[in-house]
Design a protein. Structure first.
Length: 468
């Protein structure tokens, strides 16, 4: 019987097909690798191309300096110059301030209490009124005290009359005693009576003065100058002597004090200035530090340091002529401790901090920056003192320093604008077609786009973009 052909036998056409497929895959792989390599080479060229600054621009001088100096070829490659802000170190006077939170405290507060008891017949002030020392505030019914005064006066007059009569009788007895017409005992008795009546008259005078004082006290006056608070009594109320509420409360507001706390580390500095007789100006500001309330002078320090907070209480006095400071008001206190004259200062934003300490970026003549360590001194609101590492007249970077390194190329905003303006002026004066534009094709005068020119621009552009 005839057997069917075996499946293991392969015809020539079937055997040749896998070989052709493998060769096609190899060619595709080689082509993909070549394309990938070309793209990598193009990307490297675009990112490592040399930037050609416009002739006459500040970047051109920096580029020539970079080629001449060691390592200049490396600085000329890579990213274009970074646009930064710069400032010049200068001499300035730096005030040293001590800031603290203070409380306005009046110099004196008086609760006016009556010295005598009685019914209020008059209230002579209004709430919130400014009063002067000695100004009448209220009146207690004076009639009982006036009657007591009249009675004391009458008793004094009576006893003075008896005293005068006794003295006249004593003089007569003394004459008779010289004539030996009366016993000495009678004279001595009369003399004792005169002295007794003199004592009685003295008591009467004291009672009269006490009654007169009660009459004066029935008219209550202000013991200090200041502002009267809310009225606690009304006409017709009975008030007792020594009442704790009183008839009014007066707070002295001009002058007025502000109490605040200073760190214990600043106590020697303050004592040194006070001991030298220096005047320490103090200013009081509102809670937002936007409005100055008043100016005053440092007054004194407390005699001990608070162990809980490590601070010492201090007090300053203000004239408060305008009444801007109110008792128990919270204010921000600024004490001028001293002024550093002719210090080398730079803007605060120019000082940077690193692992090795404070440093700045100093701008070199070739428009590169150098990282320089400095020693910072007293810092103000806008400026900071540099005690070592920087000279007056040197330029430092203020803005854009976060993206800089030692030796990086920089340009200011003005230099960038000047370079762009010079490049634009050169293009306009030449009257040449722009990159990527070919001459007119003669059909309507419209320019013809040239892709090769666009590629040329991509490879040799001016590099005007600034790295942020």
């Amino acid at each position: 019987m005839e057997q069917p052909p075996s499946s293991d036998r392969i015809t020539p056409q079937t055997a040749g097909t896998p070989a052709v497929s493998r060769r096609g895959r190899r060619r595709g792989s080689v082509l993909a690798i070549a394309v990938l390599a070309a793209m990598v080479a193009l990307a490297w060229h675009l990112t490592h191309r040399t930037t050609a600054p416009a002739p006459g621009s500040p970047g051109a001088a920096a580029a020539r300096a970079g080629k001449a100096a060691p390592g200049g070829a490396r600085s000329a490659r890579g990213a274009p110059p970074s646009t930064v802000g710069v400032a010049t170190a200068r001499h300035a006077d730096i005030p040293v301030f001590l800031d603290a939170l203070g409380t306005v405290t009046p110099v004196a507060v008086a609760t006016v209490s009556p010295q005598v008891s009685g019914v209020i017949t008059e209230v002579l002030y209004t709430e919130g009124q400014m009063v002067k020392k000695g100004q009448p505030l209220a009146t207690i019914d004076p009639r009982p005290f006036q009657m007591a005064l009249d009675q004391a006066t009458a008793a004094r007059v009576r006893d003075e009359a008896q005293l005068n009569a006794a003295r006249v009788q004593l003089e007569r007895y003394q004459v008779l005693l010289k004539q030996d017409s009366i016993a000495r005992q009678t004279v001595d008795t009369q003399d004792a009576l005169v002295k007794q009546l003199a004592g009685t008259v003295g008591v009467d005078r004291a009672n009269e003065n006490s009654a007169r004082l009660n009459v004066q006290w029935s008219r209550i006056v202000a013991p200090i100058s200041g502002r009267v608070g809310l009225r606690p009594i009304d006409v017709g109320n009975y008030i007792a002597a020594g009442n704790t509420t009183g008839i009014a409360t007066i707070t002295q507001i001009s002058p007025i004090d502000v109490q605040f706390s200073l760190p214990q580390e600043r106590v020697p500095d303050v004592k040194e200035q006070v001991g030298a007789g220096a005047r320490l100006p103090v200013s009081a500001w509102d809670s937002t530090r936007t409005r100055k309330l008043d100016d005053g002078d440092f007054l004194t320090l407390d005699n001990q340091i608070d162990v809980q907070t490590g601070t010492v209480k201090a007090k300053a006095r203000f004239a408060n002529a305008g009444g801007a400071l109110f008792p128990n008001q919270f204010v921000n206190v600024r004490l001028l401790l001293r002024t550093i004259d002719a210090a080398v200062v730079i803007p605060v934003i120019a000082l940077r901090h690193g692992p090795s300490g404070d440093f700045v970026y100093v701008v070199n003549a070739d428009r590169t920056v150098a990282l320089r360590n400095v020693t910072a001194g007293v810092s103000g609101v806008d400026d900071v003192e540099v005690t070592q590492g920087l000279a007056v007249g040197e330029e430092v970077v203020t803005e854009g320093g976060d993206r800089l390194k030692d030796g990086a190329r920089i340009q200011t905003g003005a230099e960038r604008a000047a370079g762009a303006a010079s490049s634009g002026a050169g293009g306009i004066g030449a009257r040449t077609p722009g990159p990527g534009t070919a001459p007119a094709d003669g059909k309507g005068g419209r320019p013809r786009h040239d892709p090769s020119a666009a590629r040329s621009e991509l490879r040799g552009g001016t590099g005007a973009m600034t790295v942020r």
